[in-house]
Design a protein around this ligand. Structure first.
Ligand code: NAD
Length: 357
């Protein structure tokens, strides 16, 4: 038995967590669930969105799976998702994007894996507010050391990209490719403009690629990459990107396969992985047994693969594909007409998936 932390989240989280858990159990994978809570619901009883018990469970188990958690705007409630990434140094965000027959989408042959760096770049959180003392000093320093001038009505965000940070994410992309029978890794950048950050990223990418002679390597400039992904996505396989481009391109790729409802994901660090649906907690649907459980179920397919339960993962993936292809026992958002009265609920869709295994 391998232990997995299950964080049930809030909003629609607990419903899709139940559906996912039942599907995973039905694969026969020998998993023992360590069920914990996080988010706004538990905050009401425990006074914190992230009780110690929950953190202890994530620390204790190598693998966790997390349903969505609400981040209330302007309440001082820190994003639990960002907190997890920083606390456990989950430096790789992995998002496979694959077409499933029966999903409304302009494309039907997508099979891409997006690997996004999670800790550096403009997302590192090093920012200086317009008019603050800090930004004043920084702008003075830059203006004294550069031909390019920054005006004093500017805010400034810093873009750090390091050798070590790039090395580990590009290695991750190649190792993933190797372990999953993938043929090619494409490193994405804007090295022609940002020579000292994206240029460094490209240089390190090329260096890492030399250690993987069996896997093809190429690079693309990010704007060209976006165009190519919508024109000829079949040319690409595993794509590795710095944080900001990764954020944008992973949603672009989710769009290619029918949207966030179909996108599972994971944040992975050394010896620690948290799998999650990429959509949010959709609070307006809370408790209605209405929403689509597929994104979290596909995250659990990734989790099973990660844990070495390859057959169980394939069984679940095929069952999801069969139910979607049939188009009968699916939630409202997967019907041609969203008001179709034959749409089933979250748990009924999970039942149909289980029946296919
Ligand atoms: P959202 O993903 O919750 O909702 C966006 C739209 O998609 C809504 O119309 C929603 O009803 C619909 N939707 C989402 N999931 C669905 C599903 N499984 N089936 C059918 N329809 C679905 O995004 P939002 O409204 O911007 O965010 C709501 C809350 O979720 C916010 O507090 C946000 O911070 C949080 N959030 C959490 C995560 C996470 O936990 N990883 C990710 C994104 C947003």
């Amino acid at each position: 038995m391998q232990k997995v932390t299950l964080i049930r989240g809030d909003g629609i989280g607990p419903e899709i967590a139940d559906a996912m858990q039942r599907c995973v159990d039905a694969t026969g994978a020998s998993i023992e669930w360590d069920v914990v809570e996080a988010g706004v619901d538990v905050m009401e009883t425990e006074g914190t969105p992230l009780p110690d018990k929950t953190l202890d469970a994530i620390k204790a188990n190598e693998v966790s799976i997390k349903a969505p958690i609400t981040t209330p705007v302007g309440s001082g409630f820190r994003s639990v998702n960002v907190h997890f990434r920083q606390l456990f140094d989950l430096y790789a965000c992995l998002r496979p994007c694959k077409s499933y027959k029966g999903v409304r989408s302009k494309f039907d042959d997508i099979d891409l894996v997006v690997v996004r760096e999670n800790t550096e770049d403009l997302y590192a959180g090093v920012e200086y507010e317009k008019g603050s003392d800090d930004v004043g000093g920084l702008i003075d320093w830059i203006n004294a050391h550069s031909d390019r001038k920054i005006t004093d009505d500017s805010g400034v965000s810093i873009k750090p990209i390091s050798v070590a940070g790039t090395e580990r994410i590009v290695k991750f992309a190649f190792d993933y490719a190797k372990a999953n029978g993938r043929k090619k890794v494409t490193s994405v950048h804007k090295a022609n403009i940002m020579k000292y950050t994206d240029g460094l990223w490209l240089e390190v990418s090329r260096e890492v690629a030399k250690s993987y002679p069996d896997i093809e390597f190429e690079d693309r400039i990010v704007d060209n990459m976006c165009m190519q992904l919508v024109q000829k996505p079949e040319l690409y396989d595993v794509i590795v990107l710095p944080n900001l481009y990764g954020d944008i391109v992973s949603d672009l790729c989710a769009g290619l396969i029918g949207g966030l409802g179909m996108a599972g994901g994971a944040n992975i660090g050394e010896g620690k992985a948290i799998f999650e649906a990429t959509h949010g907690s959709a609070p307006k649907y809370k408790g209605l047994n209405k929403v689509n459980p597929v994104a979290l179920i596909l995250s659990s397919v990734m989790m099973l693969n990660h844990m070495g339960f390859r057959d169980e993962a394939t069984k679940l993936d095929n069952a999801v594909a069969a139910v979607i292809a049939e188009g009968k026992d699916v939630t409202y958002d997967m019907k041609q007409d969203r008001n179709d009265p034959s749409a089933v609920g979250t748990q009924e869709m999970a039942d149909a998936i289980i029946a296919k295994m």
